[in-house]
Design a protein around this ligand. Structure first.
Ligand code: PFF
Length: 450
């Protein structure tokens, strides 16, 4: 099977794919609103702290396992296992990752579908098609079902084309576009009245909140979700990475790109909210907190775009293109996890496997669409707060406790022969063995019991 596996053609291709997975709705929507509701820069600092002390080591664990085993999540952990017990654990963690990521994709496709509908609305508005515009922007089950299906189709098309012709090709085109659009939007919004108040709300820290348990949990959850950890996504991308690559360096670049773009998204979203306030749009909810959830993206920001006159249509178009790109480069990484498993385990063709899994995820997605109130939050919380950190912990345990230290070192040395004497190798093995599992467990116990 090994000969049939894909491989990224260049470091740039890998970086775009992995940072494309990391940069998603979690960065452009989740991070700024989390920051806004948790003491601005106090959250930013805690998030950066979590991202580099806990999430980055966990990211490295997944990349190293993937590259060493050149296999999907289940196969990879099984290869590292040394006895029947760890083999059982490998099966459980690998499968749990595949199920979790499929469920994440099923709710992600719904929200991404909203972004697509709003994107299309910009064209409908330009063409003066009022009734189409009303339909596209009203939260109806039919609209949500149709656009989730369209989004899943886009994801399936990219993944069925394979690692180089699908994932790498599209990530390499879309990610630079995303960065350019993000910069252009930031520059434009910062020139508007009210933007400076937003910058202040974002960047002036309220340190009295920095050590509150709620903030620490949110920051860790945000960092894990944002780096796509615990579900085998980074493992599978690592398995397509050339042995010549310096793993600690590429991992650092992915973490920097991810946190950098989250930080930049904060420079767009919070100032935009305060510009909206200056234009008469309500940005606080009944409890006095900034509007965060779906209301922010599908109510506050569109209301802002409307107050911008004719420029508003183009700003809205750029914004929803940005959101759609961010969603798609993440969703393809999610679908790749179960697809790689099916292709490698059952010797199924990629196209067939992609259609099969894509179809199954779409069905789950539709079940959520038609039972939105009872299922959506449940699936989001169960996967991102419960499952992702716990599975991340197990990945750390596999590298820190199941795999032997020498094997890990040899894998990293393939692309960085000097690593044994580096700061990374002095700190990381200890981190992945002790600090990551204990810290994740501590936060986890907080979530479950308090
Ligand atoms: N990292 C993505 C985001 O921030 O939106 C979400 C994500 C992608 C989670 C891939 C999990 C995953 F496997």
């Amino acid at each position: 099977m090994a000969a049939a596996r894909g491989e990224f053609s260049s470091r740039f291709g890998f970086l775009m794919a992995a940072s494309g997975s990391a940069v998603g709705l979690g960065n452009i929507w989740g991070f700024p609103t989390n920051a806004a509701s948790n003491g601005g820069a106090a959250f930013l600092f805690m998030y950066l702290f979590m991202a580099f002390t806990l999430a980055y080591p966990a990211l490295m664990a997944e990349l190293i396992i993937g590259r060493h085993t050149r296999s999907n999540a289940v196969g990879a952990l099984r290869q590292l296992s040394r006895g029947p017990l760890t083999k059982k654990l490998a099966n459980f963690v690998g499968f749990a990752g595949i199920v979790t990521v499929s469920l994440i994709l099923s709710f992600y496709a719904i929200v991404s579908g909203w972004m697509l509908a709003w994107l299309l609305n910009s064209f409908a508005t330009m063409a003066g098609m009022e009734s189409a515009s009303t339909w596209l922007t009203s939260d109806g089950e039919t609209r949500n079902a149709i656009f989730s299906i369209i989004f899943m189709l886009l994801t399936v098309v990219v993944i069925s084309a394979g690692v180089r012709d699908g994932i790498e090709k599209w990530a390499s085109r879309l990610m630079p576009a995303l960065i350019i659009i993000l910069f252009m939007l930031i520059v434009y919004v910062l020139t508007l009245e009210g933007a400076m108040d937003g910058l202040r709300a974002y960047l002036v820290p309220d340190f009295s909140r920095a050590l509150q348990p709620g903030l620490i949990i949110s920051a860790l959850g945000q960092a894990f979700f944002s780096l796509s950890l615990g579900v085998g996504t980074m493992l599978i991308y690592g398995s397509y990475l050339s042995s010549k690559e310096n793993l600690p360096a590429v991992g650092t670049l992915v973490a920097l790109l991810d946190t950098g773009i989250a930080f930049l998204a904060g420079l767009l979203i919070l100032p935009s909210m305060y510009v909206a306030l200056a234009n008469g749009v309500e940005i606080f909810d009944a409890s006095g907190a900034l509007v965060a959830g779906p209301g922010l993206i599908v109510a506050v920001l569109p209301a802002l775009f409307e107050t911008m006159g004719s420029a508003g249509v183009f700003v809205a178009l750029a914004f929803f293109i940005l959101m759609t790109i961010a969603s798609l480069t993440s969703s393809i990484s999610m679908l790749e996890v179960p697809v790689a498993y099916v292709v490698e385990t059952f010797d199924t063709g990629r196209r067939k496997a992609t259609l099969l899994i894509g179809g199954m995820v779409t069905i789950i997605c539709l079940v959520i669409v038609f039972n939105f109130n009872s299922l959506f939050d449940l699936v989001v919380n169960a996967t991102t707060e419960f499952s992702q950190p716990l599975l991340g912990l197990f990945f750390a345990v596999f590298v820190g406790w199941v795999w032997n230290r020498n094997g890990v070192l040899q894998e990293i040395q393939k692309g960085s022969p000097e690593v044994e004497h580096s700061f990374f190798w002095k700190v990381w093995p200890f981190y992945i063995r002790f600090v990551c599992p204990i810290a994740i467990l501590a936060v986890y116990i907080q979530i479950i019991f308090f």
